[in-house]
Write a protein that binds this ligand. Structure first.
Ligand code: SF4
Length: 430
């Protein structure tokens, strides 16, 4: 009987892309991959450390796995395994703690998934700065879309962010290596490739840039869509915007974190742009790329955010042609510069302000979706949601559903939008 392995991922899209690859490396070693929660011989937990709350969540998951599967070999990796070794060591029953430098090679270090008397710790404070290759093609849960890791780490050191310490400095995946994985993903039937990394606009491999990555991926026939996800405003090459305007495959969509609409706060965050820069940048994109979908991240309650600063952020979000905003309530992240800042905002105020921006985001989404009422859009269908509606995404990241008995999975179909239903546009197949 082969050993069984299960996986649990906390945190960001990049963690998901990495777990997909780690899972494949275990499968290639002969393990049978089982769904998380089923009986298993090995469980890998890929952790997140973005806030103290995320770390607490990691500890809860680890403890619940230990309770349910006391005989399983427990391997903990990811950002928390890089900066939280001391607190992880206190959880009895973990067998392996593997920091960032060892994460992607985890399968090499587990000979037999047999419990150990004390955890083995693979950890290095120094994280390589070299460009890298990965060992396998990811096992992806989603059938239509696949996350493709192209970059890791960050050199920007925003004062609220722990990533440069957990993932290290920026480095890129070798172009040939990522193309190999993309080709295999396309062969498996993934129609959309989502470019994933910490700071993907800084991609650089032997003189090749993000635009070169996009153009090379476009050559892979079976890939229908290439999507850029989160990208830092100062790193988007003008050529990428121009290319987006005419490309058949690069989705007209950007998610560009603004974080605050106030220059004083942006400076305190060590962001590299002013509000004016950001506005001009968004205006340029909107002028050049028809029907572009634009999302952002915003942090509410950063130290020093008074009523005036918050109002600047609220007004900016209201005025910009965004289709949504992900709203994050600031909480102190130890080991960051911001955690030492004095002018903190009361948690109740943060809660109220976050609620205001979440409502605004919902309104922006409604406005964006409403523009498409009566129009026909192309949808790459994924799966049926819990309410039984088949849903998928447009290129510009609009969630569209249709009520049908057909299995539309992986199909690209034209849909005429008839109404807006909560977070989704509803339509009929054309
Ligand atoms: S650019 Fe993003 S990943 Fe880099 S330090 Fe700033 S917030 Fe963190």
């Amino acid at each position: 009987m082969p050993y069984r392995a299960s996986f649990y991922t906390l945190g960001c899209r990049l963690n998901q892309a990495e777990t997909a690859i780690i899972s494949k490396t275990f499968e290639e070693k002969g393990y049978q991959i089982v769904d998380f929660g089923n009986e298993t011989d090995l469980c890998v937990i890929n952790t997140c450390s973005v806030t103290e709350h995320s770390e607490a969540k990691c500890r809860n998951i680890i403890r619940s796995v230990l309770r349910k599967s006391p005989r399983a070999f427990i391997a903990v990796t990811g950002c928390y395994a890089q900066i939280g070794v001391d607190s992880l060591k206190k959880i009895k029953g973990i067998d392996l703690i593997a920091g960032t430098e060892y994460k992607m090679k985890l399968a090499r270090y587990v000979q037999e998934p047999l419990k150990l008397p004390t955890p083995v710790i693979l950890h290095s404070r120094r994280i390589s700065r070299d460009n890298f290759t990965l060992e396998a093609t990811g096992n992806h849960d989603e059938v239509t879309r696949a996350n493709l890791k192209i970059q890791d780490g960050c050199d920007f050191f925003c004062t609220f962010c722990i990533i440069p310490f957990t993932r290290g400095r920026e480095r890129s995946r070798k172009l040939g290596d990522l193309l190999q994985e993309a080709t295999e993903l396309a062969r498996q039937g993934h129609k959309e490739i989502v470019l994933t990394g910490v700071n993907i606009g800084r991609y650089s491999d032997e003189g090749k840039t993000l635009l070169d990555v996009i153009k090379a991926l476009e050559e892979i026939e079976e890939i229908q869509r290439i999507r850029i996800t989160s990208i830092e405003p100062t790193t988007v090459q003008e050529e990428v915007i121009d290319h987006m305007a005419s490309s058949q495959k690069l989705c007209p969509y950007f998610h560009i974190p603004v974080q605050s609409g106030d220059d004083k706060i942006l400076r305190a965050m060590n962001r590299r742009y002013t509000v004016r820069d950001y506005v001009q940048f968004i205006e340029r994109i909107v002028q050049k790329v028809p029907d572009v979908g634009l999302g952002t991240d915003v942090i509410v309650g950063f130290p020093g955010e008074g009523e005036a600063e918050f109002e600047n952020t609220r007004r900016l979000l209201e005025e910009l042609p965004l289709s949504y905003a992900h709203v994050f309530s600031y909480s102190k992240r130890p080991m960051t510069k911001a955690s030492k800042m004095k002018e903190t905002v009361h948690p109740e105020i943060i809660k109220e302000r976050s609620q205001i921006l979440r409502e605004l985001s919902a309104k922006k989404r409604q406005q964006f979706y409403s523009r498409y009422l009566g129009r026909t859009v192309r949808v790459l269908f994924e799966t049926r949601n819990e309410e039984g509606i088949f849903t998928g995404l447009t290129c510009n990241y609009m969630r569209v559903g249709t009520i049908t008995g057909l299995d539309l999975s992986r199909q690209i179909r034209d849909v005429k939008i008839t109404e807006i239903l909560g977070d989704m546009a509803l339509g009929i197949l054309v």
